[in-house]
Design a protein around this ligand. Structure first.
Ligand code: AMP
Ligand code: GLY
Length: 426
């Protein structure tokens, strides 16, 4: 089967690496891709926003499966355009992608389906929002309703900061995404991610992970897209995973179907493990980046078979098997990230890929034959081990083999779990 993969980050490199390994992958195309993805796929120039061009390409090249990596084309309805032309696609419809595209939509769905989540109010004007703050206490959680590249959430420590942030949001700081703001109750606990595939009816659990969102060691400094991740997340015990399936994922899939917008694709649930149990913080309608990298490292099943079955509504016939190992990815970013990253810094990967490690390209380019940085998050150095401690040692052995003078990374990825592993060994 010919396959088209859309996207250009570390998530898509992990997907291309795994898709290309499948015996049923005849030819893999990627648009726009990156130098890492070019090792697995033929790169083509296609604009995901030009639905007609994507559909035409799929017809010309007899594409049997399209895999959409990032959220923007999903929220924009690309999966609908492909399905309307009978082209199998992995990823939800525009209406189902509202689970990521609108925070307010997801909160209303939780209320309708009885899914545990923070109490909330949807507001559409600064006056309403200010008044709504009376119903909450500090810290205040304020969220721009729409897609804001992961930057639309403000946690304000006091009322004054909250009012200023609201004025900013309604003042257009996040553009259209901030025309509505959701105010939420603050949840206390440890965060973890749970993944599941659904074809609208059937559900296949697809692993757990934890990431590090802050740029600095000890989880300090500004938020990023994620500086590292590991899978599985042992805090999500089998008992808790069963509760997540029963209390969160199953009611979501059933309610979306009942509401006439069946969810087909990956459901990425961001969870807070509170004293009452797991509560939903947010849904994403695509794989996490860099969470996907650690999931792909552990996936033992044929990714093409699973994603194709999902696209064709046959998930009931397949399962997803994961290796019993821990995978960790360490993000090497360009200095300046998450502000303005230094561009063009030279990278020498050395023998980082030795000993079973894998370097996924996130933001790289080739200039005059030299691999260089081309983005904020540049490399995702990924390795496995018997537990988080060993996976971390193997990941850092690979990081240490790389020469990237204008890059930086966190040396403490997995610290929470490594501390627990130490305690458990005493
Ligand atoms: P989101 O984009 O909704 O995942 O929010 C980004 C981050 O803000 C989450 O990963 C949490 O760390 C934090 N956050 C979001 N909502 C809440 C909440 N209701 N209570 C506490 N922290 C939250
Ligand atoms: N790593 C967080 C995300 O993909 O949204």
């Amino acid at each position: 089967m010919n396959i088209l993969l859309l996207g250009s980050g570390g998530r898509e490199h992990a997907l291309s690496w795994k898709l290309a390994q499948s015996p049923s992958c005849t030819k893999l195309f990627a648009a726009p891709g990156n130098p890492g993805i070019a090792e697995d796929a033929e790169l083509v120039s296609l604009d995901a926003a030009d639905h007609d061009a994507v559909v035409q390409f799929c017809k010309d090249r007899e594409i049997g499966l399209v895999v959409i990596g990032p959220e923007a084309p999903l929220v924009d309805g690309l999966a609908d355009s492909l399905r309307n032309s009978d082209i199998p696609v992995f990823g939800p419809s525009k209406s189902a992608a509202q689970l990521e595209g609108s925070k307010g939509f997801t909160k209303d769905l939780c209320e309708l389906a009885g899914i545990p989540t923070a109490g909330y109010v949807r507001t559409t004007s600064l006056d309403d929002a200010r008044a709504a703050l009376d119903r909450f206490s500090a810290p205040y959680v304020l969220k721009a309703d729409g897609l804001a590249a992961g930057k639309g959430v403000v946690i304000a420590e006091n009322r004054q900061d909250a009012e200023e942030a609201l004025a900013d949001m309604f003042g257009g700081r996040f553009g259209e995404a901030g025309a509505e703001v959701v105010i939420e109750e603050f949840l206390q606990g440890e965060e973890a991610s749970f993944f599941a595939l659904s074809d609208g009816v059937n559900i296949v659990p697809f692993g757990t992970a934890q990431d590090h969102k802050r740029v600095g060691e000890g989880d300090t400094g500004p938020n990023t897209g994620g500086m590292g991740a590991y899978s599985p997340a042992p805090v999500l015990t089998p008992e808790l995973q069963a509760r997540v399936m029963k209390e969160i994922i199953e009611p979501t899939v059933a309610t979306m179907r009942a509401e006439g917008m069946p969810y087909s694709g990956v459901l990425y649930a961001g969870l807070m493990l509170t004293s009452k149990g797991p509560e939903l913080i947010e849904y994403n309608c695509r794989f996490g980046d860099p969470e996907c990298q650690v999931l792909m490292m552990r996936l033992d099943s044929d990714l093409v078979e699973v994603l194709h079955a999902c696209a064709e509504g046959r998930l009931g016939d397949v399962g997803a098997e994961f290796l019993d190992e821990t995978a960790m990815t360490v993000v090497m970013a360009a200095k300046g990230y998450p502000g303005t990253p230094e561009e063009g810094g030279a990278i020498d990967l050395g023998h980082a890929d030795a000993n079973g490690a894998k370097v996924f390209h996130a933001g790289t380019a080739i200039k005059d034959g030299q691999l260089v940085a081309n983005g904020g998050r540049v490399l995702n150095v990924t390795a496995t081990g018997a537990n988080v401690t060993q996976a971390q040692a193997n990941a850092f052995r690979a990081v240490d083999a790389i020469n990237f003078p204008s890059g930086f990374y966190r040396r403490d990825i997995g610290w929470r779990e490594i501390a627990r592993e130490k305690e458990g060994a005493l």
